[in-house]
Structures are given as structure tokens and as C-alpha cells.
Design a protein around this ligand. Sequence first.
Ligand code: SF4
Length: 194
Amino acid sequence: MTEALLITPTELRQWHYCPRVVFFERCTPVRRRETILMTHGREKHQVELIKERRRTLSRYELIEGERRYDVRLTSTALGLTGELDLLIVNGQEAYPVEFKHTHRPPDPGHKLQLCAYALLVEAELGLTCPHGYWHSSRTRQTHVIPMETRLRNRTMQTIHEVRAFIQLEQCPPPTPQAVKCLECELRNFCGDTV
Ligand code: SF4
């Protein structure tokens, strides 16, 4: 598989938000402009990662574990590539961790993203990921996301779906949730939305 057809975990999350976001990025010269909100979120994300280095593992209810930061993994078998902010390794088990600066709980897109990292860890590092963690730096809540068979299957299915659209260069329909378009920085390029 060529590098261009490798999908990232972030793209799976974006695909769930609206498939066109991935289509624009991959198949057209259109690039998203970073909004003030996005810049703020990115900066908070960096701060959270710096703070994480000083914390214990208590928020994960783990007594021991080795933290590995910025773990870059690629699997041509899975058709995935990505860089994980944090991986906690404890023996033969490992737990991917995602940080988000939001008041909202993790949605299905976030779970796809985290599961894609878990699949990469299992395939490339030979470790088992029974669950991952999703932490909100706004609410200070840490959610445990089990890597159930259903989620794994859905993640694999979405990887295939995204790749098929990229290969065909076929523009997907707009999101049915028109409210998303109101705050989308790509709105000017979507002629058939509200
Ligand atoms: S404007 Fe709406 S349909 Fe277009 S990319 Fe944004 S969210 Fe998707």
C-alpha cells in the first residue's frame, strides 16, 4: 500500500464529524484555516501534555506503568499511520491516551480515533490494548474506553470506507447535521449546505 493511502486516526475522527472534511484535505487543494478556537485547543493540548509528565498514574487507576510520549506507528497491513501523544505500557498490556480540550464527553468519532491507535499498538508493538483513556482537560474527567470487538470492527470498516472515497476521489454527501456546517471553516466550499 502506498503511503498516500494510509489513513490516520485523526482522519477517522474527522470522517465521523463530516466525511467532506477528509475529502477536502485529501482530494482537493482546499485547506482548513485554523480558527481561533482550534488554535486555543491546540495550545491547551500542549499544556496538558507538559503537565502530564509531572503527574502520577492515579487518574488511570494504575499503580505502575511506563509512559511513552509521541509514539509514531505505521501498519501497512491495517492501512493506518499516526502519532500517539501518550501510551502507557504495563507488562504485556498497553493503553493509548487521548487528550481533548472540550466540555463534551467522547463521541463515536473520538472512540474510532482511540481504537485506531490501539490497533496500531497491537499490530506494531505486539502488546494488548484492553482499553484506552480519553481525558478532557476542561472537565478533568478521564473516560475509560473499552476496546470491544464491535468498536474494533467499526474502526476497520471506517478505515476501508475512508480509503475507498480517497481512491475514487468521490465527494461524499454533506453531513446530515446542518448545525455542524454553521461553525465549519469549510462552509464556503460546500455549495449544497445551509
Ligand atoms: S460545511 Fe458542512 S458539509 Fe461542508 S465540510 Fe463543513 S460540516 Fe461538512
